[in-house]
Design a protein around this ligand. Structure first.
Ligand code: FPP
Length: 235
């Protein structure tokens, strides 16, 4: 099995999972945290080097206030995972417009990032208050500011330079994107970075996602003929 070094996951279906059980939506998100723990360990065991997850999108602010507040509180709990993350050699990073988060959640996330900064195993990249379009606008603004100082930048600007201004600059592009919950859409996740990613849609709702689902996605990925816009050369 060819294992991608970078997997992105759109963790969808928490609400439906809870509805099916007559539970409040938040119980679905809590179960989603368990699924995340399982998936992170499974990815680490398989040798995945980067796991990027869609935790909270720029559009998620439009959910009912109680759900937004509860999701922010859930993020604050990330601090309780520090020991486990360090034990598993996980380096946690959060990307997105984190300034808009409540101070308590932001602080807990920053503490967890600092505490795991020296880990050398899997990178867990949480996208929070993140949107692919807003990330691109953010990069464009940074570049425009630099171009005012140094107009030559406009002439030399290429894709590599542009990508170095995205939140994901330190990471390779994901080879595989998994979306759970059965919907075939990207929902503003990593728009620039997925130019040549393989996409796998799993019918499994995120709280039920487990190692066999991950393996099914990677097995399918292994079979894909990745041509990157070129023609396969004869052997
Ligand atoms: C999508 O399910 C899920 C989210 C918007 C939140 C994702 C968050 C988690 C899994 C918890 C992880 C939390 C931390 C702190 C890492 P949905 O609510 O859109 O489900 P639905 O499509 O069935 O309504």
């Amino acid at each position: 099995m060819k294992v991608p070094q970078h997997i992105g996951i759109i963790m969808d279906g928490n609400g439906r999972w809870a509805n099916k059980r007559g539970l409040p939506r938040m119980m679905g998100h809590k179960a989603g945290v368990e699924a995340l723990r399982r998936t992170l360990i499974a990815c680490s065991d398989l040798g995945v080097k980067y796991l990027t997850i869609y935790v909270f999108s720029t559009e998620n602010w439009g959910r009912p206030k109680t759900e937004v507040v509860a999701l922010m509180a859930l993020m604050e709990l990330v601090r309780n995972e520090i020991t486990e993350l360090k034990k598993n050699n996980v380096k946690l990073t959060a990307i997105g417009d984190l300034d808009k988060l409540p101070a308590k959640s932001r602080k807990a996330i920053q503490q967890t990032m600092d505490a795991t900064a020296d880990s050398t195993g899997i990178n867990l990249i949480m996208t929070i208050n993140y949107g692919g379009r807003s990330e691109i606008v953010h990069a464009a603004k940074e570049l425009a500011r630099k171009a005012i100082e140094n107009p030559e930048l406009l002439e030399s600007l290429d894709e590599k330079e542009f990508a170095s201004h995205l939140y994901t600059a330190p990471y390779p592009d994901p080879e595989l994107i998994i979306r759970t919950g059965g919907d075939f859409r990207i929902s503003n996740f990593l728009l620039w970075q997925i130019a040549y990613s393989e996409i796998f849609v799993s019918e499994t709702l995120w709280p039920d996602f487990a190692k066999p689902d991950l393996e099914a996605a990677i097995k399918d990925f292994s079979k894909r003929d990745r041509r990157f816009g070129k023609v396969k050369t004869a052997k």
